[in-house]
Ligand binder design. Structure first.
Ligand SMILES: *[C@@H]1O[C@H](CO)[C@@H](O)[C@H](O)[C@H]1NC(C)=O
Length: 197
């Protein structure tokens, strides 16, 4: 028979209690993020990128929409600085060099449209709700189009830098598509639902 000293046993018990409590909280958060993401097209990417908002967004469609647009803005900024780096190091030649410059422009538009969208989401009101939902749909769709336009200008898709860039741009377009779905969910739910805004 193995005898475990009492202090060690208590310590182990304490640890397991700690972990279980942690799991209970995060299990609820996981349910929230999964439910919110169920309306999106790229669900695992949605769950991965939005789980940090699980506790604060809870079950509020307006908060999930805001989270979706915020994450999209963050990723657009990341890709923008990556584009600037590519330009600075002169990795791209010929037509791809032109494509990078076009992407910088497209991403500036996308960033602007997403910022405007976030501005709307920050001051939602019942009286202007349907106009606001229309604006959001227009601007997020435009951002998505701008991101997709960026993908079109490249040639030699097997070149290393082109490949990496295309993956990142595609990723950000999926994230933006998810944000649009979250906004559409808000549009159909409306304000004033449980815990919303
Ligand atoms: C895609 O975006 C997510 C969320 O921002 C990020 O964690 C991930 O690293 C990105 N993947 C690629 C290939 O850029």
């Amino acid at each position: 028979m193995i005898v475990i000293p009492l202090p060690m046993f208590l310590f182990a018990l304490f640890l397991s209690l700690l972990t279980n409590t942690g799991q209970m909280v995060s299990a609820k958060g996981k349910d929230n993020v999964r439910e919110a993401c169920s309306v999106t097209r790229f669900q695992s990417l949605c769950v991965h990128s939005l789980s940090p908002f699980s506790n604060t967004a809870g079950r509020s469609p307006s908060k999930w929409a805001r989270a979706g647009v915020s994450v999209s803005i963050g990723e657009v900024k990341n890709v923008k600085s990556y584009l600037a780096e590519l330009k600075r190091h002169g990795h791209m030649k010929g037509r791809n060099k032109v494509a990078v410059s076009d992407c910088v422009e497209s991403f500036s538009y996308a960033l602007d449209e997403l910022h405007r969208s976030l501005g709307v989401l920050r001051r939602l009101s019942k009286t202007t709700f349907s106009t606001q939902m229309g604006d959001l749909n227009t601007w997020i769709s435009a951002a998505l189009t701008d991101e997709e336009t960026c993908l079109e200008g490249f040639e030699d898709n097997n070149e290393k830098h082109v490949k990496v860039l295309q993956n990142r741009v595609q990723n950000v377009s999926y994230i933006t598509s998810n944000a649009l779905a979250l906004v559409n969910k808000l549009a159909t739910t409306g304000l004033g639902s449980v815990n919303d805004p």
